[in-house]
Design a protein around this ligand. Structure first.
Ligand code: ATP
Ligand code: MG
Length: 183
């Protein structure tokens, strides 16, 4: 599985529809301060279902929507689509058969979030589900941001265990068991 494309529209500084192609396994994003490098990482975390505005460096979820500039009016909604190359079939469950998996999230100013998998409406849970055990998720270790290494070193044993379970691929079973027990 490999993230091969990020499509952004109305998200933070990316007001116009923008497609970022990630052509290989190693890609560097460079540019001057404030050009939107960290915003692209926020975008990835946001699609995976991040529900804390603080983790996206904002005060409220509305802050992910382009809020206007000296020359542009604010827009009403933000959307991000991540396209994964799944030719290895490693990504999840019913979706393993697809060579490409597109995960999309859209939010409007009234705070309503909609999620899509390969173009079809789905629940947030369907998205977190297919990535469980892959290391990719809103709070997973696939995205190592500033300060995370020291947080890991200082983590309480029960928090560290969550990372270890994800790395070992057993977090999805724990999640399923929790769901069954709650039924
Ligand atoms: P640095 O090198 O300093 O880390 P960066 O490339 O990571 O910079 P980002 O943090 O991605 O920069 O982008 C910051 C820019 O995004 C700022 O100019 C900020 O005004 C803009 N921005 C963030 N949220 C919004 C929003 N909702 N609407 C419009 N612009 C926004
Ligand atoms: Mg930055």
């Amino acid at each position: 599985m490999r993230l091969s494309r990020i499509k952004l529209a109305g998200f933070k500084s990316f007001v116009d529809p923008t497609t970022l192609d990630l052509p290989s396994n190693l890609v560097g994003i460079v540019g001057p301060n404030g050009c939107g490098k960290s915003n692209t990482i926020d975008a990835v975390r946001w699609v995976m279902g991040e529900s804390s505005a603080k983790h996206l460096r904002g005060d409220s979820m509305e802050d992910v929507i382009f809020s206007g500039s000296s020359s542009r009016k604010p827009v009403g909604q933000a959307s991000i689509e991540l396209v994964f190359d799944n030719s290895s079939g490693k990504l999840g469950g019913a979706y393993a058969q697809y060579a490409e998996i597109a995960v999309k999230r859209r939010v409007s100013r009234d705070g309503q979030s909609q999620y899509f998998l390969n173009g079809a409406r789905c629940r947030r849970r369907d998205i977190t589900d297919i990535f469980l055990g892959t290391g990719l998720g809103p709070r997973s270790y696939a995205i190592i941001e500033q300060g995370m290494i020291s947080r890991l070193i200082e983590a309480r044993p029960e928090d560290l265990r969550i990372y270890l379970e994800e790395a070992a691929g057993i977090s999805k079973y724990r999640e399923r068991r929790r769901e069954t027990e709650n039924r």
